[in-house]
Design a protein around this ligand. Structure first.
Ligand SMILES: NC(=O)c1ccc[n+]([C@@H]2O[C@H](COP(=O)([O-])OP(=O)(O)OC[C@H]3O[C@@H](n4cnc5c(N)ncnc54)[C@H](O)[C@@H]3O)[C@@H](O)[C@H]2O)c1
Length: 346
């Protein structure tokens, strides 16, 4: 991080679980940013964000938030249904936006956000923090250096337990679980969890997925959205993807693994997908030997992400992940959902 650079001044719209527990602390710890304004419809949500600093604007009014003097970058973490409206208002106000995944409920909605940012000439990015997890950065290097040989397939299992009354540990008792509302979330386990995996594959391999198809299930929980899905896909060069996501997997089961297989090596990242630093990365050779791959186990992917976005805002250089690729990921999700319905109707 360049020294003596003034902090980029951040605001947050949507101050619930991920903003309060991960991103506000990440901005506070970042080497190039400072939080100056918060906006949420809920007063208790606003009050719960640290630091307990009286100079930090806390407002339920988006118009007031937009008037914050000096505001330079905004992280959006409302439920998915509100991403488009909020991001478009921010773009119209000339503000760079780092918006949580999925960018929107549908590709059409996301396209409106991308168009608004382009029209305003302001940066827009999806907050795929897992791009910045040090294990994934290291894995990408291994792939690019040829350590795995010619990659043939990627297998991802990313799952959790999300009952109808699910709440983050820090919100027990008061939480409204919007994730099981198609209207609020745009779907269930697939739209919530698969964006991470789809983006990671494309980031690690440095090429787009061009084909996807999905099967979804409503198997364990009694709610109107999918509680599990399997997506299979293929990249432009032919690498195969098998990606399982679930809301119906008990949290104590092994449930976060990312495996990349090539003809010279198989990399396995365990417990690196998610919100926290750490996890493990191993490399298995064709002769059966297994080696641990070192990476920084303390570094927060959220902190690295906000630092990268702030650096782009400060320098005026493009964020390394342009909105067109996030829109492509939204189109893949739409395609997966459509194909799932077609398959189910055979
Ligand atoms: N990257 C990750 O690992 C990760 C983890 C969790 C959530 N997320 C994403 O972050 C977003 C938020 O998820 P969450 O779990 O923090 O949700 P949450 O329910 O805990 O918090 C959402 C907050 O947004 C507020 N809100 C709702 N509508 C608003 C509006 N129009 N304007 C301002 N505030 C509004 C709510 O009052 C609430 O405080 C979702 O898009 C979700 O998919 C990402």
């Amino acid at each position: 991080m360049p020294e003596n650079q003034p902090d980029v001044l951040w605001g947050i719209v949507g101050c619930g679980w991920v903003a309060r527990d991960y991103v506000a602390p990440a901005i506070a710890a970042s080497g190039n940013g400072r939080l100056i304004a918060l906006c949420d419809l809920s007063e208790p949500a606003l009050a719960a964000v640290q630091p307990n600093d009286t100079t930090l604007l806390r407002t339920t009014n988006l118009e007031e938030f937009l008037q914050t003097p000096g505001l330079q970058a905004v992280y959006v973490a409302t439920p998915n249904a509100h991403h488009a409206y909020v991001a478009q208002a921010l773009a119209a106000a000339g503000l760079p936006v780092l918006c949580e995944k999925p960018l929107a409920r549908t590709a059409t909605e996301a396209a409106g956000m991308v168009a608004a940012a382009e029209a305003a000439g302001t940066p827009l990015a999806t907050a795929f923090d897992q791009r910045f997890h040090p294990a994934h950065v290291r894995l990408r290097e291994l792939i690019q250096n040829g350590d795995l040989g010619r990659v043939t397939c990627v297998r991802i299992h990313y799952a959790c337990w999300t009952p109808a009354d699910w709440a983050p540990d820090t919100d027990q008792g008061t939480y409204q679980n919007w994730r099981i509302s198609a209207e609020q979330a745009g779907g269930g386990a697939m739209i919530d969890l698969a964006p991470h995996g789809l983006d990671l594959v494309q980031t690690l391999l440095d090429e787009p997925l061009t084909t996807v198809v999905a099967l979804t299930q409503q198997r364990i929980h009694d709610y109107p959205v999918d509680d599990g899905a399997v997506i299979i896909g293929q990249t432009a060069s032919g690498v195969l993807l098998s990606h399982a996501v679930a809301y119906n997997c008990p949290d104590n089961f092994p449930r976060r693994s990312l495996e990349v297989i090539g003809d010279l090596g198989r990399a396995l990242a365990v417990n690196t997908m998610g919100q926290t630093p750490g996890g493990s990365l191993t490399l298995t050779r064709p002769d059966g030997t297994v080696e641990d791959v070192a990476f920084d186990k303390e570094a927060s992917p959220f902190q690295r992400q906000v630092e990268a976005f702030a650096e782009a805002v400060h320098s005026g250089q493009p964020f390394p992940f342009p909105p067109a690729r996030d829109l492509h990921t939204m189109r893949l999700l739409d395609l997966a959902a459509t194909k799932s319905q077609e398959l189910a109707s055979l």
